[in-house]
Design a protein around this ligand. Structure first.
Ligand SMILES: *Cc1c(COP(=O)(O)O)cnc(C)c1O
Length: 718
């Protein structure tokens, strides 16, 4: 998400893993040492494929309700690659008389689903099947249970693989496995082998936070130590099993999952630039290397170099690697270029109208607010209404990755969406949630606001252990328990199913410094204080106290609370342009609203423009059409010359009526304006800036409304 935060380690190791797979199929040490070759290709190199599974799992299977869309895309892409790979190897299949085998149809189906039509292609159906099984397990029963189930499948797989010796000693088991092997040649497939690694990857993704700098070092050390130890154990295991003659196949070991897990953790510590070409190259290496083996052998035969290029196993391995790499890397580079070109089509230059986010400003504002808060107070980022129109995903993910661990939303759907995006930490729903949705609150670890006593009773009855904050009405008279009603608040603390993690109130005139408003706010604070005192007197564990929203902090920074619920200030703007606040922070606007000129036309003096003929040209004029309108959140109230946009750093007045999908601006005084040029409706261009509060004010509204209405039709770019 952030620049410089890609998974460089994982990307780099993909290529190493692909070369390990080549080793499995060429046995580089075979002409020198048999045990050495066993260790390298039958044990160490076995890390490669599970590593691929785990990587896919890490990006696919999220902690909270796995994202079905991403899974579908993965299945589709893998199926396409599988199809292409099958086609690539058809000539070889024909040459090997694959299609003249007995029972062709059942064997073909079996190969397509489990074993692959070429010896290495099993990986692709296994990835598809493994991802689906893991996804279903996590979705149906959560991570812990999915890990157990996938672990059991893996154990069953082990018995058909490296531990087959155990099965051979038990006749009934042996007949079970014999039946199984009718369906799939090995247990190393998408049912027994892959799911565990997918689930492990997804589980890790849910836990992985961006650790502090010192913690990275510590975590790297621990992971490397864990990897070394488990690799040693796996080596011992492999050699023992080989000695005992237990192995039917050698893909699965007891210590393999542990080994891959620690390796993956270590690789996660290496963050840096994105290496997308390496990803594609690794996949291509995997797919083409058997073809390279054939080519190297063929070339050796033709040139008479067989003794060197084939019989010397190490030279053979290196030659196959070289040929595979010579095909894969240029192809991957070309693919990358093509993909980038396609992506360009989505860039601002090709958009009609878009929101531009400055996430550096967002993070700056978060730091600025934290500096203004008492040391123990935490920032609760209010990201309701698509993060005030900025895009909940972009905002919440950036904040979450930079240490913000508390969020507030308005509805249960908004909370669920954040979880699906992988946001961790506390998510408080500020508004009403139907008690019938208790299961969702529980499943997604959402914290519900108790809006009054009766509501608390109903929620408690649902039978799910739920986290909640109690809302107190201290004079706003919207949501909350009445502040005088200590008995009822205390009763909520005693409800069996509700874990009360916070208690809060909302100020209704904290934005105003007029004496009577300050007086009212003080009354609200006193009432809230009195209630807290009464609760403490009863010995109740009063924690998680919060009162201030943005203006609460800016005007009453001295309050000692557990959280500040900051919304509008986090986005770097005030609600109205002239607002005075006691504290003045260096807040920077996060959002810009842009569109571009799609048409320029000239009109004569006296002609009119748009619906209602609101604008009449006083002189011969040049006007430009921008394809953005009130359906995108640009208020219709700005019709009739109440606003301007910036083009080429100069102001162009909005003329006529703002339509649903377009508006017109006067560019008579901007001769440089051309079709395709960007128009800034909110934000800076050249030395000038149009602020969201100014636009909101001109539309007789406040920034909060203007921003939160930014239509879904806009794309968000960073
Ligand atoms: C929306 C909201 C906030 C955030 O308000 P801002 O003025 O945008 O900081 C805080 N608390 C509650 C209860 C809210 O509904």
């Amino acid at each position: 998400m952030n620049k410089g935060k890609a998974y460089t380690g994982v990307d780099m190791f993909r290529v190493a893993a692909a070369f390990l797979v080549v080793a499995i199929h060429t046995s580089p040490l075979a002409s020198f040492t048999e045990v050495g070759d066993f260790i390298v290709t039958r044990v160490v190199a076995r890390i490669a494929v599970p590593f691929f599974f785990m990587t896919s799992g890490y990006f696919l299977i999220s902690r909270y309700a796995p994202n079905a869309g991403r899974l579908q895309a993965f299945e589709k892409k893998t199926a396409a690659v599988y199809g292409a790979a099958i086609a690539l190897y058809l000539p070889l299949n024909l040459y090997n008389r694959y299609f003249s085998m007995d029972h062709l149809l059942p064997n073909l189906i079996k190969d397509l689903v489990f074993d692959g039509t070429m010896y290495h292609l099993w990986y692709l159906p296994a990835a598809m099947l493994g991802a689906a099984v893991a996804w279903l397990l996590v979705r149906k029963c959560g991570f812990r249970c999915a890990l157990q189930a996938a672990g059991l499948l893996y154990l069953a797989g082990l018995l058909g693989d490296s531990y087959y010796g155990v099965v051979k000693q038990t006749p009934w088991l042996q007949s079970c496995y014999a039946a199984l092997f009718e369906l799939s040649d090995y247990t190393r497939n998408g049912v027994f082998f892959a799911p565990l690694f997918f689930v492990l990857g997804g589980w890790l993704a849910g836990r992985a936070q961006t650790p502090a700098k010192g913690a990275v070092q510590a975590s790297l050390k621990k992971s490397l130590a864990g990897f070394a130890l488990s690799l040693l154990l796996m080596l011992g295991e492999g050699l023992l099993l080989r000695g005992w003659g237990f192995q039917r196949h050698d893909s699965m070991y007891l210590f393999l999952p542990l080994c891959v897990y620690f390796l993956f953790c270590a690789l996660l510590c290496w963050r840096g630039p994105r290496r997308e070409t390496l990803r594609t190259a690794a996949l291509l290496l995997y797919i083409v290397h058997p073809m390279a083996i054939v080519l190297v052998r063929l070339a050796a035969k033709i040139t008479g170099l067989t003794p060197w290029l084939v019989n010397n196993s190490l030279a053979h391995y290196l030659a196959v690697c070289a040929v595979s790499a010579a095909v894969s890397f240029p192809l991957a580079g070309a693919y990358q270029k093509w993909a980038q070109k396609r992506k360009m089509a989505l860039r601002p230059a090709c958009q009609r109208a878009w929101i531009e986010l400055n996430l550096n400003h967002l993070l700056h504002n978060a730091r600025e607010l934290k500096k203004a808060m008492p040391p123990k107070c935490r920032l609760m980022a209010v990201v309701k209404a698509e993060a005030y129109g900025h895009g909940a995903y972009e905002v919440a993910a950036a904040l979450n990755q930079n240490g913000v661990k508390a969020f507030a939303v308005a509805t249960v759907e908004e909370g669920i969406r954040l979880r699906r995006y992988g946001v961790t930490g506390e998510i408080l729903i500020l508004g009403y949630t139907d008690p019938a949705r208790a299961k969702d609150l529980f499943f997604y670890h959402l914290t519900q606001t108790l809006i009054d006593y009766d509501y608390a009773v109903r929620l408690n009855r649902q039978g799910y252990p739920l986290r909640a904050h109690i809302k107190i009405d201290t004079g706003m008279h919207r949501l909350g328990f009445a502040w005088e009603d200590v008995d009822k608040v205390a009763a909520a603390y005693g409800m069996r199913r509700l874990k009360i993690r916070g208690v809060f109130t909302h100020l209704c005139v904290s934005g105003s410094l007029r004496p009577e408003d300050v007086c009212f706010t003080k009354t609200q604070l006193q009432r809230f204080g009195r209630l807290l005192g009464a609760l403490k007197d009863r010995g109740l564990p009063v924690a998680g106290v919060h009162v201030q929203s943005s203006y609460g902090l800016l005007n009453y920074p001295q309050l000692q609370c557990s959280y500040v619920r900051a919304g509008v200030a986090l986005y770097g703007v005030l609600s109205s342009p002239g607002d005075e606040t006691r504290l003045q922070l260096d807040l920077r606007p996060v959002l810009s609203l842009k569109s571009k000129i799609v048409l320029i036309r000239r009109i004569k003096a006296g002609e009119t423009v748009g619906y209602g003929r609101l604008f009449t040209a006083e002189r011969d004029s040049t006007i430009a059409v921008l394809p953005i309108g009130y359906a995108d959140g640009y208020p219709r109230r700005l019709s009739g010359g109440k606003a301007s946009v910036l083009i080429n750093g100069q102001e162009a007045p909005v003329i006529g009526a703002v339509c649903m999908d377009q508006l017109t601006v006067d560019i008579t005084d901007i001769p440089q304006a051309k079709v395709g040029m960007t128009a800034t409706l909110i934000g800076a261009d050249g030395g000038r800036e149009i602020s969201a509060p100014d636009v909101a004010d001109a539309a007789q509204s406040i920034t909060n409304e203007l921003l939160s209405r930014m239509g879904r039709r806009l794309t968000v770019t960073r």
